[in-house]
Design a protein around this ligand. Sequence first.
Ligand code: ARG
Length: 272
Amino acid sequence: MTPERMARPRHYLMCRPTHFAVEYSINPWMDPGKPVDADLAILQWERLHALFVSLGHTVEQIEALPGLPDMVFAANGATVVNGRVLAAKFRYQEREAEGPAYADWFRSRGYDVHEPAHVNEGEGDFLVDDDVILAGTGFRTDPEAHREAERHLRLPVVGLELVDPRYYHLDTALAVLAPGEIMYYPAAFSEKSRQFLRNRYPDAITATDQDAQAFGLNALSDGRNVILPEAATHLAARLAERGFTPIGAALSELLKAGGSVKCCTLEIRDRD
Ligand code: ARG
């Protein structure tokens, strides 16, 4: 028997890729020599935005700033739990100015914003599974930032070590589908982290190499609908078997920067 899945309306923050480009390379997907269709990037993003709205979610937008081509990846802008915001502090100088831009957006709306001392790239590396935060490290977010998140967001944080540079953020290798249910790509993690994931999530969906390369784990679930890159067909089939409704999205242009569905979307978890 497949469980009946319930969608819960979400509050998201997105950033239109008005100034999107691949001008530098800070992950193996980025090749500044490869052409990017900027208009197509905007069109694909607008379809994703419209999809979230049609599913009943509230989507807010932050204004894209010139000179910050990766600002479209709103997931990296902060982590928000129960109305508390941990601002981001980026690893690379190219994205540094995004941290304060996102922090200001939250501050001007009355959120309690904590300025981080350690590098953390928001929901790129912090994924909330109900009452615990799964936190990536290895490429971007510092392990010290995990403790900082624990203190400010007031949830226990479990560290997971990423070992494959193609999967440099946790949200490129793992997605939370529903409380206690995840999908992930085991090869992206250290042996110790793999063991932890196997024990905590024995029924997890595991991605094939092809799913992972299609960025299939960079997915977003509302408890029922799971939006994921359309090329991740094996994952879509596994999701359907579990009673989820997989919805494929085309984001070819943003993928050239190493990002997809989840990277574009920051979840605002307001006070309970
Ligand atoms: N080009 C961006 C970077 O390397 C992509 C960020 C993708 N975001 C994410 N949440 N994984 O920083």
